[in-house]
Design a protein around this ligand. Structure first.
Ligand code: FES
Length: 105
């Protein structure tokens, strides 16, 4: 798989579940939203708070501290108080394995 790193198997996460992943010292979240996988920053852009403590709903992840939702495709907040996007990272899925390119992190 060349320069990709395997971070999970597709059967590891049920819908609405998340997994914390550490890549190059950066904390990322792998999210399963209704069977589609996304990878985003673990930390909220509003304050230094883990989105892992929130929940996934309708293609978005909710920060449980102040209630902002972030679109899992774009990383953009869909409601206040957060006004900055979180980063999103491209994934590759092959043969039941989820891969991420470390250069993208
Ligand atoms: S810390 Fe996430 S919305 Fe405030």
């Amino acid at each position: 798989m060349g320069d990709y790193i395997a971070i999970a198997t597709t059967d590891e996460l049920s819908p609405s579940q998340m997994k914390r992943v550490l890549i190059k010292g950066k904390r990322l979240l792998l999210c399963n939203s209704a069977g589609t996988f996304y990878c985003v920053d673990e930390m909220c852009s509003h304050e230094d708070y883990s989105l892992y403590l929130g929940c996934i709903k309708d293609g978005k992840i909710k920060c449980s501290l102040h209630g902002s939702y972030f679109d899992l495709i774009t990383g953009k907040p869909t409601c206040e108080p957060a006004d900055a996007a979180i980063h999103t990272y491209p994934l590759k899925i092959e043969a039941g394995q989820i891969w991420i390119k470390p250069e993208a992190v």
